[in-house]
Design a protein around this ligand. Sequence first.
Ligand code: AMP
Length: 499
Amino acid sequence: MLGEPSGPHDDDKPHEECGVFGIWNAHDAGAMTALGLHALQHRGQEATGIVSFDKQGSGFHTHKGLGLVGDVFGDARIIGALPGHAAVGHNRYATTGATVIRNVQPLYAEFEFGGLAVGHNGNLTNAANLRRALVRRGCIFQSTTDSEVFIHLIAISLYSSVTDRLTDALKQVIGAYSLVVLTQEGLIGVRDPLGVRPLILGRIDQPSENGLETKPSWVLASESCALDIVGAEFERDIEPGEIVIINDDGVRSIRPFGNQAGRFCVFEYIYFARPDSVLDGHGVYEARKRIGVELARESAIEADVIVPVPDSGVPSAIGFAVASGIPFELGIIRNHYVGRTFIEPTDQIRNLGVKLKHSANKAMIEGKRVVLVDDSIVRGTTSRKIVEMVRAAGATEVHMRISSPPTTHSCFYGIDTPERGKLLAANHSVEEMARLIGADSLAFISIDGLYRALGRPEGRDPETPHYCDACFTGDYPISLADIDENSRARAPVLVSEAS
Ligand code: AMP
């Protein structure tokens, strides 16, 4: 049997990252931010928060809650209590720190220069070291999230301007981060030197109150789908290592880390980002389709029907079907009303899990040779249950095709993958994995095929890879300062129940 879930943060899959949003110079900044966060809900469903700033005198306002954006901000009175022309917001899925309200972002603090709110997507790899040093010198932490180190580093900085203090703080942190920062002087967006996590800039041109001139609103967001919902035009990606400072004079950019080639997270294309987003110049939906085409070229198989594992497998399955000429059918139906937090009190009920979320569309499967397309295998729990379900629905053969290379390494840059010992591909060959999930055959896209699908015909250049692909290659581009080298366990660790 494959490893089963064993705790609230240890279910059958890795957890999504966070989503950030910020807006400057908008009439309903709080409401706009709630909309933006709603579009970014797929990046985190555990908790959400907004901090607004009202320059008319009432200052900063905060509202945070556990749950979905619609639940936390669904009441107009709550939005009404977030007045102002500027706001930042955050959707959280915990990658560090427990699920308690004091860990919910944006984090807010009062400094000698005034209030500051920060929302962070990513994960710092030296946060534990920094935190120890800060606590030793007297800093009192309010939360257990790694993002709070930004607040203390800004507070103790000897520089005077907010931008200099922030830059000073950034020079001490190591890790992956996209930040939205709100002060009374402006909205600031930051991307880490390798640009591992996404952050984009958008703009809304709206007539000014006298109707004569246009005065843009500026938007920062994790993904472009959050621009569409507030009617903003895509301006550009924030560059790796860039800090943008937005105020009524416009957008100013500084690059305290110089210019270096980025290593954007390739998994954003495979799974995380919403298919209608455009990231780093590539439409996510198109990218997924091309991955499916490449996968079909690499691992063709005779079959009667291509079936996606919904939802994330759908675009690649379309690409696979087009390239292979085999019909595409929705042979698995997903129930969208199953919350992530569905209580599964006993093992028996928990094993029903996949049936709650997915069911077989028997008419499309019975008597057929089925190719299932999914985006990834992490522990293998989903694949095993889906293969079993499709066989039970009468498939004569079940072949699994995966639109990512085998996930052999944990992510330390903001994606809560399980430890390496629990990653099926870290411990088993592809043939063993096929046997464990019960498939007649199993194939993953190659790393070069993935790069080809993302517009790099030469494949992955090992000297200068374009993306962060550490979860597939073990090539970690940012130092893992907090991680004990031994715990990275280069030698395979067998999943005890697996063999
Ligand atoms: P597993 O059952 O552990 O093998 O997880 C694989 C499944 O989880 C696939 O169906 C993916 O679509 C899904 N998945 C992959 N990455 C993530 C993630 N970061 N968060 C939630 N689900 C994911």
